[in-house]
Write a protein of this length. Structure first.
Length: 265
């Protein structure tokens, strides 16, 4: 497989910093002896208040801890200023982040984030040398009315508007059908692969073939240890953005382990 897979855990608004630190340590210690070359890129997105606690344990094992990167769950596009309650990309980088999740459906739904805001965030993240994980996905109503592909391609075109092909190539997209998030209903792996291949074709139109071959596109929505191997066996699925199953050390480590089984085959 030419694109290095990614397994990302989105911890959402869960855990105080002591529990976050313990969970991170449980993941890190499990993989400390394993070579990064046989592993997917692991990314953990804790709450803002746990970022320092998590990043303080990140690099103490001396094993090239790049195998576990840290992500912010959101950011503002400005560097600083009068934006009460917001956090900038520089602040996330200062706290140890190299990735930032943007456009999660929970942010779009509960905090009225628009495609235009997500585009500004993506540009800001890339200009500071971090990598955006751009989320997209359709509601059940949109799926049932047959507009899944046009809706998602609109989200992707808007998020990538005005971004160079080189920057798009480094970015990550997460396809998360909203009806599959936290519901236990995983999208059928063939269907997830079809939508992700469609997203890749949109990236090809926007940024060219090389970017579309390089960009990593993840699936998210009720990913579990039992679902990941089939998902990872599909041609266009480059990994997973995991919510609930990333909050337990055993299930998240098992998702990584099951991903590795597919990587070696
Ligand atoms: P679940 O894995 O809990 O369905 O959450 C998916 C998600 O929203 C990850 O960002």
């Amino acid at each position: 497989m030419s694109r290095k897979p990614i397994i990302a855990g989105n911890w959402k608004m869960n855990m105080l910093s002591s529990d976050a630190k313990s969970l991170f340590e449980g993941i890190k210690s499990h993989w400390s002896e394993t070579s990064a070359t046989v592993m997917p890129q692991v990314i953990i997105a804790p709450t803002f208040t746990s970022l320092w606690a998590v990043s303080s344990v990140k690099c103490s094992c001396g094993c090239g801890c790049d195998k576990i990167a840290i992500a912010g769950q959101n950011c503002h596009w400005e560097s600083s200023g009068a934006y009460t309650g917001e956090i900038s990309v520089e602040m996330l980088a200062d706290a140890g982040c190299s990735y930032v999740i943007i456009g999660h459906s929970e942010r779009r739904q509960y905090f009225s984030e628009t495609d235009e805001m997500i585009n500004k965030k993506a540009k800001s993240i890339l200009s500071k040398g971090l990598i955006p994980i751009i989320c997209c996905g359709e509601t059940l109503e949109q799926r049932e009315s047959g507009i899944t592909d046009s809706w998602i391609s609109g989200q992707i075109r808007a998020a990538l508007d005005g971004i160079s092909s080189e920057d798009i190539a480094k970015s990550v997209i997460a396809y998360e059908p909203i009806w599959a998030i936290g519901t236990g209903k995983t999208c059928d792996a063939d269907e997830a692969n079809r939508v992700i291949a469609m997203i890749r074709s949109v990236v090809k139109e926007v940024a060219g073939e090389s970017a579309s071959n390089s960009i990593r596109i993840l699936y998210g929505g009720s990913v579990k240890p039992e679902t990941i191997a089939e998902q990872m066996s599909k041609s266009d699925i480059d990994g997973a953005l995991v919510g609930g199953a990333s909050l337990k050390v055993d299930s998240f480590n098992k998702i990584i382990e099951n991903t590795m089984t597919v990587m070696v085959n």
